[in-house]
Design a protein around this ligand. Structure first.
Ligand SMILES: C[S@@+](CC[C@H](N)C(=O)[O-])C[C@H]1O[C@@H](n2cnc3c(N)ncnc32)[C@H](O)[C@@H]1O
Length: 253
Protein backbone atom coordinates (compact mmCIF):
# COMPACT_ATOMS: atom_id res chain seq x y z
CA UNK A 1 0.00 0.00 0.00
CA UNK A 2 2.79 2.43 0.88
CA UNK A 3 3.86 2.51 -2.80
CA UNK A 4 0.62 4.47 -3.34
CA UNK A 5 1.31 7.11 -0.69
CA UNK A 6 2.49 9.37 -3.50
CA UNK A 7 1.16 12.60 -5.04
CA UNK A 8 -1.83 12.13 -7.33
CA UNK A 9 -0.10 13.80 -10.28
CA UNK A 10 2.75 11.26 -10.08
CA UNK A 11 0.12 8.51 -10.29
CA UNK A 12 -1.58 10.23 -13.23
CA UNK A 13 1.66 10.31 -15.20
CA UNK A 14 2.68 6.77 -14.28
CA UNK A 15 -0.53 4.70 -14.39
CA UNK A 16 -3.40 7.15 -14.84
CA UNK A 17 -2.38 7.50 -18.50
CA UNK A 18 -3.50 3.87 -18.98
CA UNK A 19 -6.23 3.51 -16.35
CA UNK A 20 -8.32 6.48 -17.56
CA UNK A 21 -8.75 4.64 -20.88
CA UNK A 22 -9.35 1.24 -19.28
CA UNK A 23 -12.22 2.71 -17.22
CA UNK A 24 -14.47 2.94 -20.30
CA UNK A 25 -14.55 -0.73 -21.42
CA UNK A 26 -14.49 -1.79 -17.76
CA UNK A 27 -17.59 0.25 -16.89
CA UNK A 28 -19.21 -1.14 -20.07
CA UNK A 29 -18.44 -4.69 -18.93
CA UNK A 30 -20.09 -3.96 -15.58
CA UNK A 31 -23.13 -2.51 -17.42
CA UNK A 32 -22.95 0.84 -15.61
CA UNK A 33 -25.77 3.14 -16.72
CA UNK A 34 -27.92 6.01 -15.44
CA UNK A 35 -30.16 5.18 -12.51
CA UNK A 36 -27.65 2.94 -10.72
CA UNK A 37 -25.82 3.55 -7.46
CA UNK A 38 -22.20 2.39 -7.77
CA UNK A 39 -19.06 1.91 -5.66
CA UNK A 40 -15.46 2.37 -6.87
CA UNK A 41 -13.16 0.26 -4.65
CA UNK A 42 -9.49 1.34 -4.63
CA UNK A 43 -10.35 4.47 -6.58
CA UNK A 44 -6.85 6.00 -6.52
CA UNK A 45 -7.03 9.63 -7.67
CA UNK A 46 -10.26 8.80 -9.52
CA UNK A 47 -9.71 7.46 -13.06
CA UNK A 48 -12.71 5.12 -12.89
CA UNK A 49 -14.59 7.41 -10.50
CA UNK A 50 -14.81 10.10 -13.19
CA UNK A 51 -16.16 7.61 -15.73
CA UNK A 52 -18.79 6.45 -13.21
CA UNK A 53 -19.78 10.07 -12.48
CA UNK A 54 -20.27 10.65 -16.23
CA UNK A 55 -22.60 7.68 -16.38
CA UNK A 56 -24.70 7.90 -13.20
CA UNK A 57 -24.01 11.35 -11.64
CA UNK A 58 -21.82 12.26 -8.66
CA UNK A 59 -24.49 11.76 -6.01
CA UNK A 60 -24.88 8.11 -7.09
CA UNK A 61 -21.16 7.28 -6.81
CA UNK A 62 -19.19 6.30 -3.72
CA UNK A 63 -15.48 5.52 -3.66
CA UNK A 64 -12.87 4.23 -1.20
CA UNK A 65 -9.08 4.02 -1.13
CA UNK A 66 -6.56 3.50 1.70
CA UNK A 67 -4.11 6.11 0.33
CA UNK A 68 -4.59 9.53 1.93
CA UNK A 69 -3.27 11.64 -0.99
CA UNK A 70 -5.42 9.66 -3.44
CA UNK A 71 -8.56 10.11 -1.32
CA UNK A 72 -7.91 13.86 -1.21
CA UNK A 73 -7.42 14.01 -5.00
CA UNK A 74 -10.45 11.84 -5.78
CA UNK A 75 -12.59 14.10 -3.54
CA UNK A 76 -11.40 17.36 -5.05
CA UNK A 77 -11.70 16.05 -8.62
CA UNK A 78 -15.18 14.60 -8.14
CA UNK A 79 -17.31 17.03 -6.17
CA UNK A 80 -20.36 15.35 -4.73
CA UNK A 81 -18.90 11.84 -4.66
CA UNK A 82 -18.75 10.20 -1.23
CA UNK A 83 -15.01 9.33 -1.06
CA UNK A 84 -13.84 7.59 2.11
CA UNK A 85 -10.48 6.34 3.29
CA UNK A 86 -10.95 2.58 3.59
CA UNK A 87 -9.78 -0.77 2.28
CA UNK A 88 -11.72 -3.33 0.26
CA UNK A 89 -11.41 -5.80 3.11
CA UNK A 90 -13.41 -3.53 5.44
CA UNK A 91 -15.87 -1.46 3.44
CA UNK A 92 -17.66 1.22 5.49
CA UNK A 93 -21.00 0.73 3.71
CA UNK A 94 -24.16 -1.14 4.76
CA UNK A 95 -25.17 -4.44 3.16
CA UNK A 96 -26.81 -4.28 -0.30
CA UNK A 97 -26.32 -0.52 -0.68
CA UNK A 98 -25.12 -0.50 -4.33
CA UNK A 99 -26.29 -1.80 -7.69
CA UNK A 100 -22.66 -2.43 -8.64
CA UNK A 101 -19.24 -2.52 -6.96
CA UNK A 102 -16.14 -2.20 -9.16
CA UNK A 103 -12.41 -2.50 -8.48
CA UNK A 104 -10.07 -1.40 -11.28
CA UNK A 105 -6.42 -2.53 -10.90
CA UNK A 106 -6.82 -3.18 -7.16
CA UNK A 107 -7.32 -6.91 -6.46
CA UNK A 108 -3.58 -7.62 -6.86
CA UNK A 109 -2.83 -5.13 -4.09
CA UNK A 110 -5.44 -6.33 -1.60
CA UNK A 111 -3.92 -7.84 1.55
CA UNK A 112 -6.71 -10.44 1.40
CA UNK A 113 -8.40 -10.58 -2.04
CA UNK A 114 -10.91 -13.23 -0.92
CA UNK A 115 -12.18 -10.96 1.85
CA UNK A 116 -12.06 -7.93 -0.44
CA UNK A 117 -14.30 -9.57 -3.07
CA UNK A 118 -16.60 -10.91 -0.32
CA UNK A 119 -16.97 -7.34 1.00
CA UNK A 120 -17.79 -6.05 -2.50
CA UNK A 121 -20.44 -8.78 -2.71
CA UNK A 122 -21.83 -7.85 0.73
CA UNK A 123 -22.40 -4.18 -0.14
CA UNK A 124 -24.02 -5.01 -3.51
CA UNK A 125 -27.75 -5.77 -3.72
CA UNK A 126 -29.04 -9.22 -4.78
CA UNK A 127 -28.60 -9.60 -8.58
CA UNK A 128 -26.33 -6.55 -8.60
CA UNK A 129 -22.91 -6.68 -10.31
CA UNK A 130 -19.44 -7.11 -8.83
CA UNK A 131 -16.59 -6.47 -11.30
CA UNK A 132 -12.82 -6.30 -11.15
CA UNK A 133 -9.94 -6.00 -13.58
CA UNK A 134 -6.17 -6.40 -13.26
CA UNK A 135 -3.41 -5.96 -15.86
CA UNK A 136 -2.13 -9.14 -17.46
CA UNK A 137 1.23 -8.91 -15.73
CA UNK A 138 1.60 -12.70 -15.59
CA UNK A 139 1.10 -13.02 -19.35
CA UNK A 140 3.50 -10.16 -20.08
CA UNK A 141 0.80 -8.00 -21.69
CA UNK A 142 0.48 -5.27 -19.04
CA UNK A 143 1.59 -1.68 -19.53
CA UNK A 144 4.58 -2.25 -17.24
CA UNK A 145 5.72 -5.43 -18.98
CA UNK A 146 8.45 -3.73 -21.08
CA UNK A 147 10.01 -2.44 -17.84
CA UNK A 148 9.82 -5.78 -15.99
CA UNK A 149 11.07 -7.72 -19.04
CA UNK A 150 14.10 -5.42 -19.31
CA UNK A 151 14.71 -5.65 -15.55
CA UNK A 152 14.70 -9.46 -15.81
CA UNK A 153 17.11 -9.34 -18.76
CA UNK A 154 19.57 -7.60 -16.45
CA UNK A 155 18.75 -9.60 -13.32
CA UNK A 156 16.93 -12.94 -13.70
CA UNK A 157 16.04 -12.84 -9.99
CA UNK A 158 13.63 -9.93 -10.52
CA UNK A 159 10.07 -11.12 -9.91
CA UNK A 160 7.96 -8.34 -11.35
CA UNK A 161 4.21 -8.15 -10.68
CA UNK A 162 3.13 -11.41 -12.35
CA UNK A 163 3.26 -13.15 -8.96
CA UNK A 164 0.25 -11.22 -7.63
CA UNK A 165 -3.20 -12.83 -7.55
CA UNK A 166 -5.42 -11.50 -10.32
CA UNK A 167 -2.65 -10.95 -12.88
CA UNK A 168 -3.13 -14.36 -14.50
CA UNK A 169 -5.97 -15.52 -16.73
CA UNK A 170 -8.58 -17.30 -14.60
CA UNK A 171 -7.54 -15.81 -11.23
CA UNK A 172 -10.38 -13.30 -11.03
CA UNK A 173 -13.05 -15.82 -12.11
CA UNK A 174 -11.81 -18.25 -9.45
CA UNK A 175 -11.93 -15.55 -6.76
CA UNK A 176 -15.43 -14.49 -7.82
CA UNK A 177 -16.75 -18.06 -7.77
CA UNK A 178 -15.14 -18.68 -4.38
CA UNK A 179 -16.94 -15.56 -3.09
CA UNK A 180 -20.29 -17.10 -4.13
CA UNK A 181 -20.95 -14.80 -7.10
CA UNK A 182 -22.95 -16.37 -9.93
CA UNK A 183 -22.98 -16.06 -13.73
CA UNK A 184 -19.27 -15.23 -13.50
CA UNK A 185 -17.66 -14.22 -16.80
CA UNK A 186 -14.02 -13.36 -17.46
CA UNK A 187 -12.74 -11.53 -20.50
CA UNK A 188 -9.75 -9.49 -21.69
CA UNK A 189 -9.89 -5.70 -22.10
CA UNK A 190 -7.23 -3.74 -23.91
CA UNK A 191 -6.17 -0.13 -24.34
CA UNK A 192 -3.59 1.54 -26.55
CA UNK A 193 -1.57 4.57 -25.43
CA UNK A 194 0.73 6.53 -27.70
CA UNK A 195 4.11 7.47 -26.23
CA UNK A 196 5.57 10.40 -28.17
CA UNK A 197 9.11 10.03 -26.85
CA UNK A 198 11.15 7.52 -24.87
CA UNK A 199 11.58 10.08 -22.04
CA UNK A 200 7.83 10.56 -21.73
CA UNK A 201 7.49 6.77 -21.28
CA UNK A 202 10.46 6.38 -18.88
CA UNK A 203 10.37 9.39 -16.59
CA UNK A 204 7.19 8.39 -14.64
CA UNK A 205 8.92 5.15 -13.58
CA UNK A 206 11.32 7.28 -11.52
CA UNK A 207 8.52 8.73 -9.36
CA UNK A 208 8.24 5.77 -6.98
CA UNK A 209 4.64 4.83 -7.79
CA UNK A 210 3.55 1.21 -7.29
CA UNK A 211 5.91 -1.79 -7.20
CA UNK A 212 7.61 -0.86 -10.50
CA UNK A 213 8.24 2.71 -9.38
CA UNK A 214 9.58 1.54 -6.03
CA UNK A 215 11.89 -0.89 -7.83
CA UNK A 216 13.28 1.72 -10.24
CA UNK A 217 13.68 4.35 -7.55
CA UNK A 218 15.54 1.89 -5.31
CA UNK A 219 18.20 0.99 -7.91
CA UNK A 220 21.75 2.34 -7.67
CA UNK A 221 22.20 5.10 -10.29
CA UNK A 222 24.38 2.94 -12.58
CA UNK A 223 21.86 0.07 -12.51
CA UNK A 224 18.99 2.47 -13.10
CA UNK A 225 20.86 3.86 -16.11
CA UNK A 226 21.51 0.33 -17.41
CA UNK A 227 17.81 -0.49 -17.06
CA UNK A 228 16.82 2.71 -18.81
CA UNK A 229 19.11 1.91 -21.74
CA UNK A 230 17.89 -1.69 -21.89
CA UNK A 231 14.31 -0.37 -22.10
CA UNK A 232 15.31 2.10 -24.81
CA UNK A 233 16.89 -0.72 -26.83
CA UNK A 234 13.88 -3.04 -26.54
CA UNK A 235 11.00 -0.59 -27.05
CA UNK A 236 10.01 0.43 -30.60
CA UNK A 237 11.29 3.73 -32.03
CA UNK A 238 9.14 6.59 -30.71
CA UNK A 239 6.45 7.55 -31.22
CA UNK A 240 5.08 4.10 -30.37
CA UNK A 241 1.75 2.77 -29.21
CA UNK A 242 1.81 0.53 -26.17
CA UNK A 243 -1.14 -1.86 -26.14
CA UNK A 244 -1.94 -3.15 -22.68
CA UNK A 245 -4.29 -5.98 -21.74
CA UNK A 246 -6.21 -6.53 -18.52
CA UNK A 247 -8.15 -9.54 -17.27
CA UNK A 248 -11.63 -8.52 -16.19
CA UNK A 249 -14.38 -10.46 -14.46
CA UNK A 250 -17.98 -9.75 -13.58
CA UNK A 251 -20.41 -11.74 -11.52
CA UNK A 252 -23.87 -11.35 -10.01
CA UNK A 253 -24.71 -11.32 -6.31
C1 LIG B 1 -3.08 0.78 -9.56
S1 LIG B 1 -3.98 1.76 -8.43
C2 LIG B 1 -5.59 1.81 -9.20
C3 LIG B 1 -6.32 3.10 -8.93
C4 LIG B 1 -7.56 3.34 -9.78
N1 LIG B 1 -8.56 2.33 -9.51
C5 LIG B 1 -7.21 3.39 -11.24
O1 LIG B 1 -7.73 2.57 -11.99
O2 LIG B 1 -6.43 4.26 -11.62
C6 LIG B 1 -4.23 0.69 -7.06
C7 LIG B 1 -5.02 1.33 -5.96
O3 LIG B 1 -5.40 0.33 -5.01
C8 LIG B 1 -5.35 0.92 -3.75
N2 LIG B 1 -5.31 -0.16 -2.76
C9 LIG B 1 -4.24 -0.85 -2.29
N3 LIG B 1 -4.64 -1.76 -1.40
C10 LIG B 1 -5.99 -1.70 -1.32
C11 LIG B 1 -6.98 -2.38 -0.57
N4 LIG B 1 -6.68 -3.37 0.28
N5 LIG B 1 -8.28 -2.00 -0.72
C12 LIG B 1 -8.61 -1.01 -1.57
N6 LIG B 1 -7.71 -0.34 -2.32
C13 LIG B 1 -6.42 -0.67 -2.19
C14 LIG B 1 -4.13 1.80 -3.80
O4 LIG B 1 -4.10 2.78 -2.76
C15 LIG B 1 -4.26 2.39 -5.19
O5 LIG B 1 -5.00 3.57 -5.18
Amino acid sequence: MSSFAVPADAYDRFMGRYSVLLAVPFADLAGIAAGQRVLDVGCGPGALTAELVDRVGASSVAAVDPSEPFVAAARSRNTGVDVQRASAEELPHPDASFDAALAQLVVQFMADPTTGIAEMRRVTRPDGVVAACVWDHAGGQGPLSPLWDAARDLDPEVQGEGRFVGTQQGDLARLFEAAGLHEVEETALSVGVEHPTFEEWWEPFTLGVGPAGVYVKGLEPARREALRERCRATLPEPPFVLTAQAWAARGLV
